[in-house]
Design a protein. Sequence first.
Length: 165
Amino acid sequence: MNGNQDKKCCCGGDANRFAQVDEILTKYQGVKGALIPVLQDAQDAYGYLSREVIERIGEKTRIPVSQIYGVVTFYSQFHLNPRGKNIVRVCQGTACHVRGAKAILKALEDSLKIVAGGTTPDLQFTLETVACIGACGLAPVLMVNDNTHGRLTPEIIPEILAKYS
């Protein structure tokens, strides 16, 4: 994420709830094939793509909402639910698997009280699994945002998470 996770959805109920979406749509008005950049900018503005934002984009661009959902669900860069301030990615590649990635993931799930794919209720952490981080020599490995942590044991997980709380 780019640091906008703490922003709330535009759809709170005030008169200008779609102001940022409308501004983004104005920026791309008349640009063919601009749906993905519009969605990227909207997600950057709000941290995720709410149903209301997607519906507003569909209404203003005359693109069917079903087609927009098709794009959003196809690309893993888009998120339909709020995400945490800190994104924790746990490597599940071969080297990490052999060296205990399953126990690392379990320790994270226990510490955060969420399962992989989930976000803590306070929006501090989102936990994800990835196929490979590319730091096999440090296996097992996880990343919190852009910081890599390697040679992990389940016991060190609470200490790592504390750095980001």
